[in-house]
Ligand binder design. Structure first.
Ligand code: GRF
Length: 207
């Protein structure tokens, strides 16, 4: 049984997709042992409560220095004994010590087809604004392992989504979530839980 924890900052629709997939058996061999938010008002925390999942808020704002936050944050994560850490719309930079300790055991969902529209500054609506500004016809989402860089770790799954005439960043964001994010994030967890993802030379092999 894979123990996962989900780190969130906002609405938590990706968290919900994971909870639903675990409850319906689309994700097998997996238990969600906790949810951590950096934002006490994140609706994602309510979603966790509703499903009886242990949840807590730990915010950089409550600490004098980032180093103090990082230490407590890592302690909280370690305390939940995760086999896999899932970043589902988590907007805090992962401390380097955590990346090292959980090498190839942290995954992130990014709302673009990496390497397009990713890296520093590309988060939330900004990704979709940039895609519309460039006039691309196809966008999508990517699930990848987290390494020291921003959106640079080994890619696990990607799914393309068409841009449609009249799209606004908000409409496009919603379509990318519905058609890509909510599908590939649960799918990636299920693959990992069933031993089907291997990392070789910085790339993944899906068995
Ligand atoms: C998603 O677009 C995700 O790709 C991005 O942040 C958003 C989170 O949405 N990293 P939610 O909190 O899961 O609803």
């Amino acid at each position: 049984m894979l123990n996962i924890i989900v780190l969130v900052s906002g609405g938590g629709t990706n968290l919900q997709a994971i909870i639903d997939a675990v409850e319906t058996g689309k994700i097998s061999n997996t238990r969600i042992s906790g949810v951590i938010s950096n934002n006490k008002n994140a609706y994602a925390l309510v979603r966790a409560q509703k499903h009886g999942i242990e949840n807590l808020c730990i915010s950089p704002k409550d600490f004098e220095t980032r180093a103090q936050f990082n230490e407590k944050f890592l302690e909280a994560v370690d305390g939940m004994k995760p086999d896999l850490i899932v970043l589902a719309g988590f907007l805090v930079v992962i401390p380097p010590k955590m990346t090292e300790r959980y090498r190839n055991r942290i995954i992130n969902i990014h709302p673009s087809l990496i390497p397009s529209f990713c890296g520093t500054g590309y988060y939330g609506l900004k990704v979709h604004e940039a895609a519309l500004l460039r006039g691309v016809k196809v966008v999508g989402a990517t699930v990848h392992f987290v390494d020291e860089g921003t959106d640079t770790g080994p890619i696990i799954l990607q799914k393309a989504v068409e841009v449609e005439p009249g799209d606004t960043p908000e409409i496009l964001q919603r379509r990318v979530m519905e058609q890509a994010e909510w599908k590939i994030l649960p799918r990636a967890i299920d693959l990992i839980a069933n031993g089907k993802v291997k990392v070789e030379d910085g790339k993944t092999v899906i068995l």
